[in-house]
Design a protein around this ligand. Structure first.
Ligand code: C2O
Ligand code: CU
Ligand code: CU
Length: 532
């Protein structure tokens, strides 16, 4: 035993989770490993898994518009929702039944449409064969309910694992890291998650956060949309109702039977974690799904629409462009943390995993009959296109985008200055030279102070902090065009350095900061920190 991880009972996680072979990325990207895998072109980015299922013609399937999940009761504690996590079958590709993991058995999970200031209480029952932890991404949530990666909800078959005394006596549970984390708060089969939502209106999403297995479990379907609303946002004259459309974008690949490809060492997801080389730099698929449908289309009137874009992909980043005669533009009104102070116009929208962009697109400039294709200039093959809007009719439009949307306090650093290095260390994905150890906080952030966190890397990583939204103060290189407003995830381009200002003033306790390339995260590019 190497002893490099506190109390690890099995083989060290670093040994298990490192990239294939001794040669790091060179081995990962070697064409000999290909099979149905196309290596990344720049030697750093993920390759793409290639589908062998029969794929539909793009833009032939209508965009599913999610309907809000109906709440149960409302009481002094908040508004209650119930979700059962279960295996299911989804017809993602026409003619195939794909096995999924789903909140309420659906892919993606149900849409939560909620109000800021009203606590959201989600009762989850885990009927999956694996442990889970649920995180509300973008939520300001106390640590106990934030989906810390070892705060697992065990399924019935492993219910004893939730009892520390019994768990200690269960050998060979190397894939169950809560046993190595004395602070883990585990549950058997069910629990409530309470999200206070003391925060601004914003586009959030929720997803699995199980240590070492988030990538696999989210790929199988454990993700969903959550829109938080408030009076400030409601009062704006932005497009509303049917003209407000969420677009939850993700990529997947399917085998000849229509099943999801995600090559791991142990497909039961119960033993030792470990991914095949083809996805160790990040799992990307060649099928782009929006709200769970492949390359869908949406019929629109020639008016303004508010599109809430969420990149729910494991590792794929997009550069979105509207392709139509006369071009097209996105007027950004909100970011991860809600409304911007003022709109920002983009001809291209760069969106890395877990980021959200709330934009208005005006279809009035297009004649009826125009098709407007949402393309991804950062992708090739199937990943080069996302969806299509078909302008089918004229209609009245009294919506507008005001020049002033909201007020954003400018954070001024008055606390600690820290540096975080996200790096491929030898052949493991690390933060400050260490693989994730839930029991070992990287730093203690001071509650209520504005800290300066400078994040660097030589590779590309979408960096995400739990516990607070932040502001991008400066970038030493690369474009800052997409950094406006309150953020919780930011793309670090290769060789970039980003300085963030962040004030943890919601809750004290332990949180995580991590790369939101889920395969990097699962292989160790995550750090626990303490707000004190
Ligand atoms: Cu979207 Cu730590 O998560
Ligand atoms: Cu998060
Ligand atoms: Cu990364």
């Amino acid at each position: 035993m190497s002893g490099e991880r506190s109390g690890a009972a099995g083989p060290s996680r670093r040994g298990v989770l490192r990239l294939a072979g001794g040669a790091g990325l060179a081995a990962v990207l070697a064409p000999s490993l290909a099979g149905c895998f196309k290596p990344g072109s720049d030697g750093i980015n993920a390759g793409t898994l290639e589908s062998t299922a029969k794929l539909p013609q793009p833009f032939t399937i209508p965009l599913p518009i999610p309907k809000p999940l109906a709440p149960g009761s409302t009481d002094a504690q908040g508004v209650h929702y119930a979700m059962t996590l279960q295996e299911g079958e989804a017809e993602i590709l026409p003619g195939y039944k794909t096995k999924i993991f789903g909140y309420n058995g659906t892919f993606p999970g149900p849409y939560l449409d909620v109000r800021a200031g009203t606590p959201l209480v989600v009762h989850q029952t885990n009927q999956l064969p694996v442990p889970i932890a649920t995180h509300l991404h973008g939520g300001l949530t106390p640590p106990s309910d934030d989906g810390f990666p070892t705060d697992l909800v065990y399924p019935k078959s492993l219910a004893d694992m939730a009892d520390p005394a019994k768990a200690a006596a269960m050998p060979g549970m190397g894939g169950m890291p809560s046993t190595h984390d004395p602070l883990a708060k585990t549950s058997a089969v069910e629990r409530d998650y309470v999200f206070p939502l003391k925060q601004r209106a914003a586009t959030l999403w929720y997803h699995d956060h199980r240590m070492d297995f988030s990538g696999a479990q989210i790929w199988k379907g454990l993700f969903g949309l959550c829109v938080v609303r408030d009076d400030e946002d409601d009062k704006l004259p932005l497009p509303k109702g049917e003209r407000e459309i969420p677009l939850l974008i993700s990529d997947r690949a399917f085998d000849g039977d229509g099943q999801l490809l995600y090559p791991v060492d142990d497909p039961t997801l119960l033993g030792k974690p470990g991914m095949k080389p083809s996805i160790q730099a990040g799992a990307q698929g060649d099928v782009i799904l929006v709200n769970g449908a492949p390359w869908p289309f949406l019929e629109v009137a020639a008016v303004k629409y508010r599109l809430r874009l969420v990149n729910a992909s494991n590792a794929r980043r997009y550069e979105l462009k509207l392709d139509a005669p006369g071009g097209g533009e996105f007027v950004q009104v909100g970011s991860d943390g809600g409304l911007l102070a003022a709109p920002v116009t983009h001809s291209t929208l760069r969106i890395s995993p877990a980021e959200r962009f709330d934009v208005v697109v005006d279809f009035a400039k297009y004649p009826v009959g125009t098709t407007v294709t949402l393309k991804n200039t950062a992708g090739d093959g199937g990943a080069a296109q996302v969806m299509q809007f078909k302008v089918t009719r004229r209609a009245a439009d009294d919506s507008s985008v005001p020049a002033k949307l909201s007020t954003i306090e400018k954070l001024v650093v008055d606390g600690e200055k820290r540096r975080l290095v996200f790096a491929l260390n030898g052949n493991a994905w690390n933060v400050n030279g260490e693989a994730f150890d839930p029991a070992k906080p990287l730093l203690k952030a001071q509650f209520g102070k504005v800290e300066q966190w400078t994040v660097t890397s030589i590779e590309r990583h979408p960096v995400h902090l739990h516990g607070a939204h932040f502001q991008v103060v400066k970038r030493a290189s690369g474009s800052g065009d997409y950094d406006e407003g309150w953020k919780d995830t930011v793309e670090l381009a290769p060789g970039a350095e980003i300085t963030l200002a962040v004030r943890f003033d919601s809750y004290r306790g332990r949180y995580v900061a991590h790369c939101h390339n889920l395969e990097h995260e699962d292989m160790g590019m995550m750090a626990a920190f303490q707000v004190v």
